[in-house]
Design a protein around this ligand. Structure first.
Ligand code: AP5
Length: 215
């Protein structure tokens, strides 16, 4: 199964991708996670990426594409992958097509998770993530019972630097201008499946599995 997850910031792409990883063992390739890891490690790539991420802008393709190419060479992707947050614009989608063609691969689906914009601000300002295991919480909708510690592993929860209201507004503008057009790009290839991303996380996951014909 090779899929691209489409959806605005906060639509629940990461939440659903993690459930697919847990249930089916398909690796999640999240460019946001890869970039945040580079920022934390203080690598030159991370230093370059940070200023764009803090402003809610896309990191330049020259930085992102090399990183994805490296990740796609690892062994675990042979059994498929969930691309989360990549591609982010038409030029990245075109490069991905070329990359896949050179590996004799194609995408099975582009799954669009649709959430009204008015729901996204609370999802993002309320998001908390475990530093240790990556489990996600939301102070409004699904808080950890241990406050600032993770229910699963006890790790410390953090609030992403780009989940501030002003930066979120910018990210939503960038999404509308650069990423939303990918829906038509993949519709042109006949591989788009759309689901509503509102309601309970488990109900949405059932829709994800049904849309992807996963048992
Ligand atoms: P990235 O990390 O990709 O962020 P994003 O696309 O903005 O998406 P999010 O992670 O914010 O949201 P999500 O849809 O995964 O939602 P989640 O499941 O976490 O990118 C960050 C930055 O990195 C970009 O701005 C850019 O600078 C850079 N970048 C990344 N990729 C790039 C690329 N390819 N090219 C260039 N730059 C790139 O859920 C959000 C919250 O909602 C959580 O609290 C969750 O618990 C809650 N939630 C989930 N589902 C539900 C539900 N059903 N009901 C209520 N709450 C819910």
């Amino acid at each position: 199964m090779r899929i691209v997850l489409l959806g605005a910031p906060g639509a629940g792409k990461g939440t659903q991708a993690k459930k697919l990883v847990d249930k089916y063992g398909i690796p999640q390739i999240s460019t946001g996670d890869l970039l945040r890891a580079a920022v934390s490690a203080g690598t030159p790539l991370g230093k370059e990426a940070k200023s764009y991420m803090d402003q809610g802008q896309l990191v330049p393709d020259s930085v992102v594409l090399g990183m994805v190419e490296e990740r796609m060479k690892q062994d675990d992707v042979k059994k498929g992958y969930i691309l989360d947050g990549f591609p982010r614009n038409t030029s990245q989608a075109e490069v991905l097509d070329k990359m896949l063609a050179s590996l004799n691969m194609s995408l099975d689906a582009a799954l669009s998770v649709d959430v009204p914009f008015e729901d996204l601000m609370k999802r993002l300002t309320g998001r908390r993530t475990c530093k240790a295991c990556g489990q996600m919480y939301n102070v409004y909708f699904s808080p950890s019972s241990k406050g600032d510690a993770c229910d699963k592993c006890g790790g410390a929860l953090f609030h992403r630097d780009d989940d501030k209201e002003e930066t979120i507004k910018k990210r939503l503008d960038v999404y509308t201008a650069s990423t939303a057009p990918l829906l038509d790009y993949y519709k042109g290839k006949g591989i788009v499946k759309s689901i509503a991303g509102t309601g309970s996380i488990d109900d949405i996951f059932a829709q994800v599995c049904a849309a992807l014909n996963l048992k």
